[in-house]
Design a protein around this ligand. Structure first.
Ligand code: GLC
Length: 649
């Protein structure tokens, strides 16, 4: 273990799942794996450790080399066609599986994909809210249902492995992956993440586990990614081992206990040592003390960051405990270098057999080592989009919205009024989906890429027109604008990973457009409802001051029409559903702050975790008004009489 600032001995917990208590099945699988291992050549064993990216591999390569796995990176699809159909995905998966069966070793491959908010790489799939929204909803049952639907969608395209859930505990909002985390609270991450994993894989104690309606999930990224210095993606996390365990590993512990069979190593370093090369964390802690008996997959070329020499990097990573290498393009070069290292003894036979054995055990769990295993081609060719999935997505959105401010009880709105909707974001499906949507960054997508979607604007239009009201849409208000109320929709543009890293959180410094519109509306005496699309807390004091009601919509996915279900009364002057979302992260109200508040005693500088209004809360009108709009100052405590009913029991 690298020379660390903290000298301590920490006992990591044993993390056994129901899988390991089924000793009969374990014995059968171990026998199957041992028998298979004995018949594999060194070349065939090394091939099982390689995961090749779809754009760099052909079925014939799999037939010739017998690789263990393939993946499609964010935005990579069959024939580079973003609008590839289910059949295109399915047929390609069948080609690869047939090639694997025809290879000398005859071992089926795993196909991995980032279905992190629905089957988000595939055209016409229902895209669910990103994890930060699900953290605000904080509903374990909903997580399992989202996971189960996602698993069936993934299976319908012939794919059997999902690189989800992300179990990060983001601590600095400048990090571009904050929205992939559920919460700053490790307990919430553990509860929601393990529920998602159960939905994806099925209950490990039941026959549904890994059946044809479930997929292999991934406990990612192990460990400590959310606390890198300055929130720099793939940076260095400095913390004590006890904090690494109690904050950053809690989600992984819960995932392993829920039956996770794959852990993805994290890009970051811990106290100056890259996790991909840390035998202490991967062998001693994860596989030793925690008893993890599945396999560790590297992140995207994560192993190559260990050394400029590729063979040295592969050796260090595999000897540290990485079992499968996720290769962005040069899978043949990595294969040959690992083969060299095994031949030279730099990777010894014990380590090689351990790594291959772990991979084969998971394939055996899925029934892939039986001779008659086939992709379940008997699957009815379901359509990815469906009414029930749209309803599930709408339920998740309704539960995730957080009401920060509601002066004069402006919300819920009467739909029969004159409404003006301001801003391009009201119509932008790609923006409401965020990163990891059809493309890696979620950019370069147009409305027609989402045949089954509903914008925030469409939901408002339907609600108002059904009630006999009038609604108009504009990107820019002026002195002639007339309305009873204005709804200003604005937010972050899509991003993923380090592309989303920030050096400050002020939103209006990045894009003042919405603030300008809000001020014009205020001068016209038109009340303003702000709807904010964001992957993280941002500093928005100016926008809070300029609006009468403020709703955080996070990144809701394709069914943004559901926002109208909560902000409007039903025609009958009743409220269809109240705000239920509560902040999963403390929200900074001082523009000099960039990270979370774990002490929750800085009441003047943050809205705390669990904050969120509901309609029945009697909130004094002074709440969240006249906030200081300069750097480094803080807020008069919000005079709020509601209860912070969070986290839910
Ligand atoms: C990316 C991400 C990881 C993802 C993988 C495959 O770099 O870090 O979360 O699963 O590559 O797309």
């Amino acid at each position: 273990m690298a020379d660390v600032a903290f000298k301590e001995t920490v006992a990591w917990p044993q993390c056994k799942s129901a899988l390991s208590t089924n000793t009969r099945r374990t014995e059968q699988i171990n026998e199957l794996v041992e028998a298979r291992l004995k018949n594999l050549s060194v070349e065939q064993k090394v091939a099982q450790l390689i995961q090749a990216e779809l754009a760099s591999i052909k079925p014939d390569d799999v037939r010739r080399f017998g690789l263990g796995s393939i993946l499609n990176g964010g935005g990579v699809s069959p024939n580079a066609n973003k609008r590839a159909s289910i059949e295109d995905w399915w047929n390609l998966a069948n080609e690869f599986q047939s090639a694997a069966r025809e290879s000398e070793a005859g071992i089926p491959i795993f196909w991995g994909t980032d279905a992190v908010h629905g089957h988000n790489n595939v055209f016409s799939a229902t895209i669910f809210p990103h994890n930060i929204a699900l953290g605000a909803a904080n509903d374990s049952d909903l997580m399992e249902r989202l996971g189960a639907v996602t698993a069936r969608d993934v299976q319908d395209t012939g794919i059997d492995w999902v690189f989800a859930p992300t179990l990060a505990v983001p601590c600095d909002y400048r990090w571009g992956r904050t929205y992939e985390g559920y919460s700053q609270e490790p307990e919430i991450v553990a509860r929601l993440g393990s529920a998602m994993l159960r939905g994806l894989q099925g209950d490990p104690a039941s026959t549904e586990f890994f059946d044809e309606n479930h997929v292999l999930a991934t406990s990612k990224h192990f460990v400590g990614e959310g606390s890198t210095r300055d929130g720099i993606d793939q940076g260095d996390t400095f913390c004590s081992e006890i904090d690494l365990l109690n904050i950053h590993a809690l989600g992984h512990i819960a995932a392993l206990k829920a039956g996770a069979q794959v852990v993805m190593a994290a890009f970051n370093s811990w106290n100056n040592e890259k996790v991909h090369g840390s035998s202490y964390l991967l062998q001693d802690v994860l596989k030793g003390q925690m008893g993890f008996d599945g396999f560790v997959v590297s992140d995207w070329d994560g192993f190559a960051q260990l050394d400029d020499d590729l063979e040295t990097a592969c050796v260090r990573s595999i000897n540290a405990g990485v079992d499968m290498l996720m290769v962005s393009s040069d899978w043949r070069g990595v294969y040959e270098r690992v083969l060299n290292a095994v031949t030279s003894g730099e990777i010894d036979a014990v380590r090689l057999n351990d790594a291959v054995g772990r991979i084969l055990r998971v394939k055996a769990l899925r029934g892939m080592l039986t001779s008659n295993w086939r992709l379940p081609s008997t699957r009815s060719k379901r359509t990815l989009g469906s009414k029930s999935k749209r309803e599930l997505a709408r339920e998740a959105i309704r539960k995730s919205l957080v009401l920060l401010k509601n002066s004069h009880g402006l919300l819920p709105l009467k739909p029969g009024k004159r409404i003006v909707v301001v801003g391009k974001s009201a119509h932008d499906i790609a923006q409401q989906c965020g990163g990891w949507t059809l493309t890696w960054q979620g950019t370069n997508n147009v409305t027609d890429d989402f045949p089954d979607a509903a914008s925030i604007a469409s939901g408002i239009r339907t609600k108002v027109r059904d009630a006999g009201g009038t609604v108009s849409f504009t990107d820019e208000v002026d002195a002639d604008t007339e309305a009873d109320v204005a709804i200003v929709v604005f937010g972050e543009e899509p991003y993923a990973e380090g592309e989303g890293d920030l050096n400050h959180l002020s939103f209006s410094r990045w894009d003042p457009t919405a603030l300008v519109q809000m001020k014009v509306l205020k001068d016209l005496g038109i009340p303003v409802v702000a709807l904010f699309l964001t992957g993280r807390p941002r500093w928005i004091n100016p926008e809070l001051n300029a609006s009468d009601a403020f709703v955080v919509c996070w990144l809701p996915g394709t069914q943004g029409g559901a926002v109208a279900d909560v902000i409007f009364k039903d025609g009958a002057d009743t409220v269809r559903c109240d705000f239920a979302g509560r902040l999963p992260f403390s929200w900074p109200l001082d523009s000099s702050l960039t990270s979370i508040d774990r002490d929750s005693n800085q009441r003047d500088s943050y809205l705390p975790v669990g904050y969120g209004l509901s309609y029945e809360d009697k909130v004094s009108f002074e709440q969240l008004t006249e906030l200081d709009e300069t750097t480094g100052t803080s807020l008069r405590g919000p005079s709020f009489s509601g209860s912070y009913n969070y986290p839910n029991p």
